[in-house]
Design a protein around this ligand. Structure first.
Ligand SMILES: [Zn+2]
Length: 179
């Protein structure tokens, strides 16, 4: 291996040391941690790559959740998108849906900034109509028990169903005195 180890060297290290996996994280000027290299293996060792110009150094992250967390309540962080969850099971649920294809950190626009508000600009495409009906359902998401699917055939694994619990229809007329 070369020192400092490149991503290729870490690939080689993982291949030669079966069962040992390595994640590498970096940080920006604001001190925000982001993933640089995520392994596919379970129970990986987390490293922080500290850079100072040309100088680079890997530092062992002993407790990932504590590195990203703030004082107070413990949080459980997703190593792909760096979102924190208050319960470990919430993190497990999230991981099913999180982008596992590559490293990503979600950055939301600053509150109150121009990008934080959606604007409707195409007024020329809008149309005046005498009546508009707005309708919406709300539902409860209930887990469902299913049989073990046959892995030799393609299947859809149903894990929950939406049970309707309320609905509302609102009719709006151009002339409020009509209805
Ligand atoms: Zn995530």
């Amino acid at each position: 291996m070369n020192f400092p180890a490149s991503w290729d060297d870490i690939d080689t290290f993982e291949r030669k040391n079966k069962g040992i996996y390595v994640n590498v994280f970096g940080y920006n000027e604001e001190g925000k941690i982001y993933p640089l290299r995520l392994t596919e293996g379970e129970d990986a060792i987390d490293l922080l790559l500290i850079s100072d110009g040309e100088k680079k150094h890997y530092c062992w992250i002993k407790n990932f959740n504590r590195l990203l967390g703030r004082k107070g309540k413990p949080r459980y962080f997703c190593k792909t998108c760096m979102n924190g969850f208050t319960r470990p099971d919430a993190l497990t649920n999230h991981r099913t849906y999180c982008n596992e294809e590559g490293t990503v950190r979600i950055v939301l626009p600053k509150p109150g900034s121009e990008e934080s508000v959606l604007h409707f600009k195409n007024y020329n495409r809008s149309m005046r109509v005498p009546f508009v009906i707005y309708a919406d359902f709300e539902s409860c998401i209930v887990p469902v028990d299913t049989c073990q699917p046959n892995p030799n055939k393609s299947y859809t694994n149903k894990i929950q169903k939406h049970v309707p619990i309320s609905f509302c229809i609102y009719v709006k007329c151009f002339d409020d005195s009509v209805l």
